[in-house]
Write a protein that binds this ligand. Structure first.
Ligand SMILES: NC(=O)c1ccc[n+]([C@@H]2O[C@H](COP(=O)([O-])OP(=O)(O)OC[C@H]3O[C@@H](n4cnc5c(N)ncnc54)[C@H](O)[C@@H]3O)[C@@H](O)[C@H]2O)c1
Length: 256
């Protein structure tokens, strides 16, 4: 039932597997790291927040390696690869940031550059590096976190909306090129989820224009574990014939 959080784990589903999870310190990434760990996987947890990663390690107390740093910094990508070692079975590109709901005419260069850098460019660079391990192995599963803002124009500001449409394009292109080589690539498109993501309204016009849509169209706020269930399904062999999917995990928003 939508709104109820299912926590049925699949024992041993990730046993012997190494999965990189970005944004693992909070929200959807944290719930994903928890579930992978509970199902026997080794987690490479990446986040810009040292404090959040320390809390994760204290919670999991299991097979987890942490990399602290900004994914926009190329040296962090190198550190992730070193922490993972020779084998990477899965990658969950979860880290992301919102904009300030700015419409095109109000977008600042700083917001645009940062949102595209974190949500798109860092995702591409880490995926490119991880593919360097997955391709010789002829196996792997990549899951990107998009958004319902990647399916429409009425869910965020222009920078975030653009970045999440780019996540979809990156997902489809990666799936197209590498599914024949044994690597699956999919995305989930969440609706609203109860996390620590910051989403301040910086535009009066956006408030007027988006307000009525938010009041009538948006389903109840989901829990991060509901997203983790879909992400881990796509990462796992349970989804062995799924590649190139953009899966709405949004309480039915996609149907509106
Ligand atoms: N919460 C929602 O309603 C919602 C809806 C749709 C999509 N999403 C997407 O879900 C993903 C996860 O967001 P969340 O809601 O769990 O947010 P969150 O803020 O709770 O967690 C995101 C984590 O990513 C980390 N992070 C951010 N930028 C980083 C960087 N440059 N380098 C390394 N780590 C970085 C943060 O420190 C944080 O711990 C994002 O891609 C977001 O766009 C969220």
């Amino acid at each position: 039932m939508i709104g109820k959080v299912a926590m049925n784990t699949n024992e041993g589903r990730f046993a012997g597997r190494t999965i990189v999870v970005t944004g693992a310190g909070s929200g959807i990434g944290r719930a994903t790291a928890h579930r992978i760990s509970a199902e026997g996987g080794r987690v490479i947890a990446v986040d810009i927040s040292e404090e959040r990663l320390q809390a994760l390690v204290a919670d999991l107390g299991a097979d987890v390696a942490c990399v602290t740093g900004d994914l926009c910094d190329d040296t962090v990508i190198i550190e992730v690869m070193a922490a993972a070692g020779d084998r990477i079975d899965g990658l969950a590109n979860v880290a992301g940031i919102m904009d300030g709901f700015e419409p095109s005419a109000e977008v600042t260069d700083a917001t645009w550059d940062r949102v595209i850098a974190v949500n798109v460019t860092a995702m591409m660079k880490l995926t490119r590096a991880v593919l360097g391990r997955m391709l010789p192995a002829g196996a792997g599963s990549i899951v990107n976190v998009g958004s319902e803002a990647g399916q429409r124009g009425s869910a965020a500001g222009t920078p975030y909306t653009t970045s999440k449409h780019a996540v979809n394009g990156f997902t489809l292109s990666t799936a197209f090129f590498y599914t024949p080589k044994g690597i699956r690539c999919n995305a989930v498109a969440p609706g609203p989820v109860a996390t620590n993501i910051e989403a301040p309204f910086h535009s009066e016009w956006a408030g007027q224009r988006l307000g009525p849509f938010f009041q009538t169209n948006i389903p109840p706020i989901a829990q991060p574990e509901q997203l983790a269930a879909a992400i881990t399904w796509l990462l796992s062999d349970d989804a062995s014939n799924v590649s190139g999917a953009i899966l709405p995990v949004d309480g039915g928003w996609a149907a509106v």
